[in-house]
Every structure is written in structure tokens, then in C-alpha cells.
Design a protein around this ligand. Structure first.
Ligand code: HEC
Length: 308
């Protein structure tokens, strides 16, 4: 009996020591931890949860909108919706309407603020029309999208505890420098797709994770239009995307950007583009980019695996 116990101990003790050493290494070495995560796929999982579900908190906050037009600017400028209640971390698309009441084109520019002012650091705009010079033609009326989210850290900051509502305020002024104004008509759904606007949006919203010619956190996107999903060389796709079996047409890209995880459950792209016009322009840009490289030396790699 005693001998058996001793024998057991001789087997268990080295195992415990080995497990202990592994725990210490894992706990104390970030590099090893990263390697461990890379090997087990844990990193991808936690990051997706961090950006996708875990980052969207259960806590909600109400966001109201306030619009003003400075004297001297004959525009009507109003929010399209009343206050909205959002989960912390949730991306929300809202619209404002601007209308030029005069019979000549006018350039205005908007400034914004978030009140109470101390909450401003937690208010993130992903897409907006602020600070650029914007032209409205005579009697033209446009709906302008703003995409924002409130940082979940807002919920953990004791200084924010007494705040029940945030207000996003915009004021439009007549522009003192109307040169280089952007046309607000880019927000008209009836306008043709605008690849130049799409390129700006791509820079703002995609390049944190994507490049045209290299894999980053996301796969390389150069020449993605018409490419089969999940086929960028050397990129470690989720099984869901790798086996999706679809080709990146305009329609598929549009549905992907509206909500990757709804379009193909199980994929690991944690963001979306809620504004349909922004999606349309980003897709136009990706199409143009693919077409332009069609004659270049990279055409072959870009088209690898594509269905032509
Ligand atoms: C926070 C990081 C992140 C951002 C920002 C992001 N993506 Fe992604 N994207 C990914 C990841 C990760 C994948 C791979 C998904 C998978 O394997 O399930 C991906 C995959 C894709 C794919 C599929 C490519 C292929 O080879 O099949 C397209 C298309 C795409 N993204 C477009 C975009 C566009 C356009 C934007 C900007 C509006 C964008 N992404 C922003 C992380 C991101």
C-alpha cells in the first residue's frame, strides 16, 4: 500500500512541478503567452470578443442631438431622429438633414461638441461631416450620416456616474474660406458611387487592420474585388470564411460590410459599416483599385483563386 502511494507520488510530483513551471512561464512571459495564444487560436477569439461582444456593454446611455445654425447662414439644419439609447460600445448610425434655403450655392462648416463636456473623451465618431467645408447647392437638401459609439470605459469612470444623457451638438457656420469645399451632395443616395470618397473612408475605417499589399490583423485587400473569399496567400482565416465559398462581388461586399458576422456566422472581423452610402463608396473604391491593378505586375497575385 505504502509502496503504491510512494510510486504514485513519484509520478505525480514531477508532473506537478512541470505544470508549475509551465504556469510560471505562461504567467510571467508575455511573449510565451502570445505564442501560446497563437498556437491555440486564443488570441483571435479574445480579440473578437473584445471588439465585438465583450466591448458592447449591457449598460446603456441616451444620446440626444442638438443643432444650431449661426446667423448669416440661410440653412435649415435638424437631426432626423430624437434621442437614441445605445449600449456602450455599440456603433450607431444617425442622420442630420441640412437644407439650403437660398437660391445660391453656399459653403458652410460645422463644429461639434459633446455635453457634459467632461464626457467628450468617451464619445467616438467613426464617420461624420465635422470641420470640412461643405457646399450645398441652391435649395439642395441632404441627409448626412454620423456613426458614433460611446466607449465602454465610460461605464467604469466614477466621474461619469451621475450622467444620464449625453448631447451631441452641431453648429453650422457660413464658411470664411469656401475654396476646396466638399460637396454635401456626396450624401445623396441618388448620386453615383464615389470611389474617391470610398478611398478616404477606407483609410479612416479599414487600415487599422487591412493594407492593400500585406496581411495585417486582417488579410490584404489589394485586388479583392472578384477574388474568392478566404484566399489571400499566407493569411490565417477563420474556418467560417475559408470555407464560405463565395466571390467578392459588389453585392457580397456590401452585405459583408453591413455585418460580417450576420452575413457569415463565425468570422472574425469585429467591425461593420452601418451607413449604406459609405458602404457603396468603399465598394466602388475596392472595385476601382482592383481594376487599376488589372494591368500592373501584381495582377497575377491579386487574381489568384478568382473566378473568371
Ligand atoms: C478591427 C480590425 C478590422 C477592421 C477595422 C476591418 N477589418 Fe476587414 N477583416 C478583419 C479580419 C480579422 C478579417 C478576416 C476574417 C476571418 O478570417 O474570419 C477581415 C476580412 C475582410 C474581408 C475578407 C477578405 C478575404 O480575403 O476574403 C474583407 C473584404 C474585409 N475584411 C473588408 C474590410 C473593409 C472594407 C474594412 C473597412 C470598412 C474592414 N475590412 C475593416 C479585420 C478588420
Amino acid at each position: 500500500m505504502e509502496r503504491r502511494q510512494r510510486k504514485n507520488l513519484m509520478i505525480i510530483a514531477p508532473c506537478l512541478v512541470a505544470i508549475g513551471i509551465m504556469c510560471v512561464l505562461v504567467a510571467y512571459s508575455p511573449t510565451l503567452y502570445r505564442m501560446f495564444c497563437a498556437a491555440t487560436g486564443l488570441a483571435g477569439t479574445t480579440q473578437r470578443v473584445a471588439a465585438d461582444t465583450a466591448k458592447i456593454s449591457r449598460q446603456t446611455i441616451t444620446v440626444a442631438f442638438d443643432t444650431n445654425v449661426a446667423p448669416g447662414l440661410p440653412w435649415r439644419f435638424v437631426p432626423d431622429q430624437g434621442a437614441v439609447t445605445v449600449h456602450l460600445g455599440e456603433q450607431k448610425l444617425v442622420y442630420f438633414t441640412a437644407e439650403n434655403l437660398s437660391s445660391q450655392p453656399i459653403v458652410g462648416h460645422a463644429t461639434f461638441n459633446v455635453t457634459p463636456l467632461r464626457s467628450g473623451i468617451y464619445f467616438n465618431k467613426i464617420q461624420c461631416f465635422c470641420f470640412t467645408e461643405e457646399r450645398l447647392d441652391a435649395h439642395q437638401k441632404v441627409h448626412m450620416p454620423v456613426v458614433f459609439y460611446v466607449d465602454p470605459k465610460f461605464g467604469k469612470d466614477p466621474d461619469m456616474r451621475d450622467i444620464a444623457q449625453l448631447t451631441l451638438g452641431y453648429t453650422f457656420f457660413r464658411s470664411a474660406d469656401p475654396r476646396n469645399a466638399k460637396d454635401l451632395s456626396r450624401f445623396l443616395a441618388s448620386n453615383p458611387p464615389d470611389p474617391a470618397d470610398g478611398r478616404d473612408l477606407f483609410k479612416e475605417q479599414c487600415t487599422a487592420c487591412h493594407a492593400l499589399d500585406a496581411n495585417k490583423y486582417g488579410p490584404q485587400l489589394g485586388g479583392v474585388f472578384g477574388r474568392r473569399a478566404g484566399t489571400a496567400a499566407g493569411y490565417d482565416y477563420s474556418p467560417a470564411l475559408r470555407s464560405a465559398g463565395l466571390t467578392w462581388s459588389a453585392d457580397n461586399l456590401n452585405r459583408w460590410l453591413a455585418s460580417p458576422t450576420k452575413f457569415i456566422p463565425g468570422v472574425k472581423m469585429p467591425v461593420s459599416v452601418p451607413d449604406p452610402i459609405a458602404r457603396r463608396d468603399i465598394v466602388a473604391y475596392l472595385r476601382q483599385e482592383t481594376e487599376q491593378r488589372g494591368s500592373g505586375p501584381k495582377a497575377k497575385t491579386a487574381r489568384q483563386g478568382a473566378d473568371y
